[in-house]
Design a protein around this ligand. Sequence first.
Ligand SMILES: Cc1cc2nc3c(=O)[nH]c(=O)nc-3n(C[C@H](O)[C@H](O)[C@H](O)COP(=O)(O)O)c2cc1C
Length: 107
Amino acid sequence: MRQNLQLTEQQRSFDPSQRRISATDAKGKILNCNDVFKATSGFTRKELIDSQHNIIRHPGMQPHVYEHMWRCLKAKKSWMGIVKNCCKIDDQYWVDAHITPTFNKAG
Ligand SMILES: Cc1cc2nc3c(=O)[nH]c(=O)nc-3n(C[C@H](O)[C@H](O)[C@H](O)COP(=O)(O)O)c2cc1C
């Protein structure tokens, strides 16, 4: 998670039909994302790729949300939940997150 954020009270809203999509490795490192995800975050693609997904973590989110998320993913189950994220310039946005683990043949 980024430290010393200067959080704004500015909440951003977006067209809900536009999906923010990211793909990570098994440890949460961002491998890819779509342009909507990038634009929403305010980071460049270079800043996002190979960064941990907590680059957009909002410090107000309770840790147990992510603990539950990771318990589900490690058990090879999907996870859904409402998550507040933080943009690069410290505005915030809520997402209705759907995360599904995928596996290669080696498991
Ligand atoms: C596919 C995937 C998507 C994720 N999406 C988010 C997200 O949108 N926001 C977020 O804060 N954490 C997200 N996470 C969880 C982060 O990897 C991380 O666990 C979380 O930000 C808490 O940070 P911490 O582990 O440093 O405490 C996602 C993880 C995965 C695997």
